[in-house]
Ligand binder design. Structure first.
Ligand code: GDP
Length: 327
């Protein structure tokens, strides 16, 4: 039986990856902050089936606890380590991003150093992001597109990516990198626009509110489905060579497209309910963030399965079900 360690197991991707690996027969260990574990114990994580985390071995070690991390990694042998934990709000101002940059880079370095010391054969997955391309000069982006991050999060991901690459090249560790574009699900946090819209469409359809404030509805992204993307993470670590792969759909949709899919799903016209607000407005890239997943398809055979509209409708249905649940 293979044993995997997931950092950030309480997040969206951690949840789906744990579910997937358990299904493949893995013994799954997860790192989480004490508060994350308390949320699991008191069932505060929205509609997470408790049995999922009961089937995992959870460790209350925060990634800035270097001795705690060393202790865990020196004691338990892992076959695979998926490093998903990161502070991740792209809308954060660069000038406020000290913690994001400091924590994300240090945690990746701590983890790589501990693995290299105690378990150099453990395969390491680094969760790269399309934010590493930031303001790209060309579209679609590939593994060879120059990195040009424009946020504290993006900068920290570029540094983490270079750390993983250096441990691969200098120490011979198996470090695979997935450069993932936005990926959504009913477990997406509400500050992301897809979830903000699915929650609003559900609430408005039940008459709980009438308006939704958004920023730029022309904003475009390459939106995929989180459960599809965690399969790419596993495939990257089980490839014959450690490499970097863009994980994307290659298709652009706008925020208006999300509104159209979500509101029409509940029989509403989005233009009657959406108002734009300066508060949420962000300057958009001239060249859009859209990825080419040709390399991962060619070398590993992974491709995205779930279409955009289905993802959004599933999110609205999940939010409707949550709202209808007795409190
Ligand atoms: P990220 O920017 O890729 O991390 O993902 P988000 O979900 O936060 O935003 C995706 C796109 O939605 C960007 O183009 C935003 O400018 C646009 N957007 C428009 N209105 C909103 C809003 O109210 N909230 C957020 N988060 N994004 C918005």
């Amino acid at each position: 039986m293979k044993r995997a360690l997931i950092t950030g197991i309480t997040g969206q991707d951690g949840f789906y990856l744990a579910e997937y690996l358990l299904g493949l027969g893995y013994e799954v260990h997860g790192l989480a902050r004490q508060t994350g574990l308390e949320h699991i114990r008191s069932n505060l994580l929205q509609d997470v089936p408790p049995e999922l985390y009961q089937r995992c071995q959870l460790h209350a070690v925060s990634l800035d606890n270097f001795p705690g991390l060393y202790r865990l990694i020196s004691k338990t042998p892992f076959d695979e380590c998926y490093h998903l934990a990161a502070s991740s709000f792209v809308g954060e101002r660069l000038a406020d991003g000290y913690q994001t940059i400091q924590n994300n880079i240090a945690s990746t370095h701590y983890l790589l150093a501990a693995l290299n010391e105690f378990q150099p054969k453990c395969r390491f997955y680094f969760a790269g992001s399309s934010e590493m391309f930031g303001r790209p000069k060309m579209a679609p982006q590939t593994e060879d597109t120059p990195l040009n991050p424009r946020s504290a999060y993006g900068i920290s991901k570029v540094a983490g990516y270079h750390l993983a690459r250096n441990y691969r090249e200098s120490y011979g560790m198996f470090c695979g990198v997935g450069i993932l574009y936005n990926h959504e699900s009913p477990r997406r946090r509400p500050e992301f626009v897809t979830r903000k819209i699915s929650m609003a469409a559900a609430r408005i359809s039940l008459g709980a509110t009438d308006k939704l404030q958004l920023g730029n509805v022309e904003g475009r992204r390459d939106w995929g489905y989180a459960p599809d993307y965690v399969k790419a993470m596993h495939a990257i670590l089980n490839h014959d060579e450690p490499k970097d792969f863009v994980v994307a759909t290659g298709i652009l949709h706008s925020v208006a497209d999300i509104c159209e899919a979500a509101f029409s799903h509940v029989g509403l016209e989005w233009r009657d309910h959406v108002v734009t607000s300066e508060t949420f407005y962000r300057n958009e890239e001239d060249v859009p963030l859209v990825g080419s997943a040709l390399k991962i398809e060619r070398e590993i055979g992974w491709r995205p399965i779930t279409p955009f509209k289905k993802i959004i409708c599933q999110m609205v249905d999940a939010d409707l079900a949550r709202l209808k649940q007795p409190t």
